[in-house]
Design a protein around this ligand. Structure first.
Ligand SMILES: N[C@@H](CCC(=O)N[C@@H](CS)C(=O)NCC(=O)O)C(=O)O
Length: 334
């Protein structure tokens, strides 16, 4: 199945999308990219593929469409297995992913995006993001509340930088797993702090107060982010071929599909709702973009992913953690 095309839907300034682009480039995995607007609507997804999910990035592999970078990185490792890791290396990679994708870290970083950034003054962008993350973008706050909230956000980012400085990078290694080149572990650890540090000046300093996050306090982490940035910059020009939404949809709709994982009847969510293969389900993320729900016939569920087929016949995969799967009883049509 690694012979099926990979199509990445993204826009380049998405820090989540960079997780994938970097990994694809570091591993030399060929892919195509279908560029999306940073705000809705995205007809390449909503019209061509009948998808309501509003987050970026997504990755299609043949006739299967995968949501969420956590699931997508695991897919890439299944399709293109990296060199074997020790148990300790697997643990570090996994825990760094947990730190940056399953905590409030990203939301704190988003809170630090400075109002000096043109996008943060764009009413269309702010209105769009209010439907994505009401807690961050739609909650009215006084200037003082906002200043305190940003200060607390900076403290949380600082604490994650200190963690890296005092643990995994403390022995002066170049890369998280100690090899000659970055691995998935570096991608998992670096993307949030890299996002803010590499905002164009002066916005980077407006986001991360240089009196708090600097080379003197955190020399190893700052050098590592810089090293990673240089490594990635040296790979520029190796981006995938850009294709239009129509071509991408055509490839997906006629693409070969992967194997069927079946419905695990012992799965707690399956069991409590009595879900069966073919039932109509509604699936949506529970943290951001929760108002954008997808429907389809249940194809499979295990502890890692839920798979459904939507009205266009697209087979969609979402991770289990951070997503809700609801049986739609009494309304069996899509
Ligand atoms: N857990 C998701 C989060 C993805 C996410 O929040 N992406 C942001 C862009 S960096 C997003 O979708 N923002 C709203 C949008 O682009 O519509 C993942 O790992 O893919």
């Amino acid at each position: 199945m690694a012979d099926q095309p990979l199509i990445l839907y993204h826009y380049p300034f998405s820090p989540y999308a960079r997780r994938l682009i970097w990994y694809l480039k570091i591993r030399g995995i060929p892919y195509c990219q279908c560029l999306q607007p940073p705000i809705l609507p995205r007809p390449d997804l909503s019209t061509h593929l009948s998808l309501n999910y509003r987050r970026i990035p997504l990755l299609a592999h043949g006739g299967d469409l995968y949501l969420d970078t956590r699931l997508i990185l695991n897919l890439l490792d299944t399709l293109f297995p990296p060199p074997p890791l020790t148990a300790d290396q697997k643990t570090i990679t996994h825990l760094l992913s947990t730190l940056t994708t399953a905590t409030t870290l990203f939301f704190k970083a988003a809170e630090l995006l400075p109002s000096s950034l043109p996008v943060m003054k764009d009413p269309k962008f702010l209105k769009d993001r209010a439907t994505f993350s009401p807690a961050t973008f739609a909650t009215p706050r006084t200037k003082e509340d906002r200043a305190l909230s940003r200060a607390e956000a900076l403290l949380e980012i600082q604490s994650s930088v200190r963690l890296l400085e005092e643990t995994i990078l403390s022995d002066g290694r170049n890369w998280v797993l100690g090899g000659k080149e970055p691995t998935r572990a570096d991608v998992e650890g670096v993307w949030v702090i890299h996002w803010l540090l590499t905002l164009p000046p002066p916005h980077n300093d407006n986001a991360l107060d240089p009196a708090v996050i600097n080379k003197t306090r955190y020399p190893k982490t700052m050098a590592w982010v810089n090293r990673f940035d240089q490594f990635i910059n040296a790979l520029s020009g190796k981006e995938g071929r850009v294709i239009k939404g129509g071509e991408a949809a055509e490839l997906i709709l006629k693409g070969k599909r992967g194997g069927d994982i079946g419905v695990d009847e012992a799965d707690p969510v399956v069991k409590v709702q009595g879900l069966k293969k073919g039932d109509v389900v509604e699936v949506f993320p529970t943290d951001t973009g929760s108002a954008f729900k997808d429907r389809g016939r249940l194809v499979g569920v295990d502890e890692r992913e839920v798979v459904w087929e939507n009205e266009k016949g697209v087979r969609v995969h979402a991770p289990r953690l951070g997503f809700r799967v609801l049986g739609v009883k009494g309304r069996p049509s899509l």
